[in-house]
Design a protein around this ligand. Sequence first.
Ligand code: ADP
Ligand code: 5GP
Length: 211
Amino acid sequence: MEKKGILIVVSGFSGAGKGTLMKELLSRYPEDYALSISATTRSPREGEEDGREYFFKTKDEFEKMIAKGELIEYAKYVENYYGTPRSYVETKLAEGKDVILEIEIQGALKVKEAFPDTLLLFITPPTAGELRSRLVGRGTETMDVIESRMRRACEEAEGMERYDYLIVNDDLGECVKRMHGIIQGEHDRSFRNREFMENIKKDLERLKGEE
Ligand code: ADP
Ligand code: 5GP
């Protein structure tokens, strides 16, 4: 049976460990997943490269992408635009890969509306205190930005119930295993296997006719 790719949205508070988790998931299971690279108007952090973490765009360039319909969704997050380029997602799904979008909640809900079969996963650290420690420990933002991300986390927490699964990122290795298990299980959901069911029904009818 041909495996169809699932569109997966991963959201979670900034600092929850989404980026770290994605890296680990892709390095353990490189054949199964494709990670979409978003476009953004925020500046690159130290060590980030254009085309690897993000496609870094000016506001003008980003607005042109919106106008041309090149983004599946986009949202404004703490003063910057972020959006998902359409072509990569469509190509990889057609190749049978599970495509992961690591995006915030407004974008997640827009994707779910446009593609109702999307699997929504929400990543959280075990406690709020751990979230702050991870944001501080990452050392990539000023205290002001950390505070605005903590405030944003309060707002985002209101939307957690709308996700299909809540994944607590405590021990990284365990968390990667759990996430992979959830996604693999998702492939067996009956609504994702309509074609198989139709075919076996036809085969059963055919064999019955041969008796
Ligand atoms: P996000 O992409 O959600 O903003 P990151 O992946 O950048 O988060 O992780 C934030 C910080 O937390 C990083 O310094 C990372 O090394 C650390 N981190 C991620 N996962 C864990 C974990 N399971 N346990 C401890 N620290 C973690
Ligand atoms: P960061 O600046 O920490 O890389 O990302 C900030 C937030 O933007 C994160 O919650 C991240 O998931 C989200 N994000 C990244 N890319 C996209 C995207 O293409 N669309 C949307 N809606 N959010 C995104």
